[in-house]
Design a binder for this molecule. Structure first.
Ligand SMILES: *Cc1c(COP(=O)(O)O)cnc(C)c1O
Length: 402
């Protein structure tokens, strides 16, 4: 198949007009390629927001934990955010000298002491967790926070990603606050935290902040900081950054709080690729190509979210002459990446390049079906490829026994 040298949309800017095969043809597939220039581009955008507003921005590691790339992002960020002990330790070890924040749905007694070695800010989900661990965290000199639920859903369809959906376990509602908070518990708090957005623009943040004010506006002046969580798609082309900056400046002024943002996606958005090859072509009422990469194993959010990842040189189904359904080599019938069209016929061995593959991939993939994990490469600022990690049979076997 012949690709054209014109596909320069944001997911593929880093190719600089070169073809996937030219740049990545020598790499064993499937493999992920992280793009240093794109990470820096994101970092610059985030750093400007911090400079314009005085807020602090953290990398939410659950989206992107390729720590070999932390030195690339560190100059632009105030630190890292963790979902628990291991990510907190990773942030402390690999972005040294920067802040480590942690939020966990529920902390474990057998891990809490160790967590104190790594975390600067510890955010609790409920008043009962605050009561159980807050005094210890305080004595250890930690900044203590409570995640609140402003009960303001701003997204439709993705209820799996909506912490404000009815019956949510994430965050303390005002009703729960009224029922369980005491003055002594409130004395433990340095800040409040909310995380309610997912791939959203700043208008959703603006609405959320109104809800936060309605429900917790009386508490906020007593706080030192307010953490806006993640889900801010700040580095996406078209994101309304000035509205975000207004939200931050308004919150700082109104409540005299320090503001934190902890985006995951926005740090590494459009900053990676997944290179793979066509293994087989078949027809069953439609053209189907089986790839050496799997949605279920290597890009799990394609099925979980679900979404259709960008693919270099392709069009929507039927937009170009030849449409294929692209699937993985696993036994899962639903291991389908999506339908894409091309200018010419696909052939066995063709390289395909998926875009926006740095986030929720390398840290979320799996070896279902005994699928090998893709290697991880860095396309550095000199446009040289550096191998960060290769995987083999033992990476599959070692998790299953000894
Ligand atoms: C998931 C999550 C983030 C990051 O979300 P993105 O959508 O990747 O920006 C930040 N904070 C918390 C508490 C999260 O759960």
């Amino acid at each position: 198949m012949q690709f054209q040298r014109k596909d320069c949309r944001p997911p593929f800017l880093g190719l600089n007009g070169r073809l996937p095969e030219e740049l990545f043809g020598a790499l064993p597939t499937p493999c992920y390629i992280l793009d240093e220039a794109a990470l820096c581009r994101n970092g610059e955008i985030l750093k400007k927001v911090a400079e314009h507003t005085g807020c602090k921005i953290l990398l939410a590691q659950k989206a992107f934990s390729n720590y070999n790339a932390y030195p690339i992002l560190a100059p632009y960020l105030a630190g890292t955010e963790a979902s628990g002990l291991f990510e907190a330790r990773l942030g402390a070890e690999e972005m040294p000298g920067k802040e480590v924040h942690v939020f966990c749905g529920a902390y474990r007694e057998d891990q809490f002491e160790e967590l104190l070695n790594y975390a600067d800010h510890i955010v609790f989900n409920t008043p009962s967790q605050l009561a159980k661990f807050g005094p210890t965290a305080r004595r250890a000199g930690k900044s203590v926070g409570l995640r609140v639920n402003p009960e303001c859903s701003t997204q439709e369809g993705h209820s799996i990603y909506d912490p404000c959906a009815p019956g949510s376990r994430l965050g303390t509602t005002r009703t729960q606050w009224e029922n369980y908070m005491t003055p002594q518990l409130e004395d433990l708090l340095d800040g409040l935290h909310f995380h309610t957005l997912c791939e959203q623009d700043s208008d959703a943040l603006e609405r959320t902040l109104q809800a936060v004010e309605e429900r917790f506006g009386d508490v906020l002046p007593r706080m030192k900081w307010l953490n806006f969580g993640g889900g801010h798609h700040i580095t996406r082309p078209g994101y309304d950054i000035s509205r975000l900056e207004n939200c931050i400046l308004t919150a700082r002024k109104k409540w005299d709080v320090e503001v934190y943002l902890e985006p995951g996606e926005a740090c590494a958005l459009n900053a990676g690729y997944l290179a793979c090859r066509v293994l087989d072509i078949l027809q069953n009422g439609r053209q189907i190509a089986v790839l050496d990469a799997s949605a279920a194993c290597h890009m799990p959010d394609v099925l979980e979210m679900p979404y259709r990842p960008p693919l270099y040189g392709s069009g929507e189904p039927k937009e170009k002459a030849y449409t294929y359904s692209l699937g993985g080599p696993t036994c899962l019938a639903g291991d389908i990446i999506g339908d894409y069209s091309f200018d010419s016929l696909l052939q066995e061995g063709d390289m395909l390049l998926f875009g926006d593959m740095a986030i929720y991939t390398t840290c979320k993939n799996n070896t279902f079906n005994g699928m090998p994990l893709p290697g991880i490469y860095l396309l550095n600022s000199d446009r040289k490829l550096v191998c960060l990690k290769k995987f083999g049979y033992m990476d599959f076997k070692c998790r299953l026994g000894k």
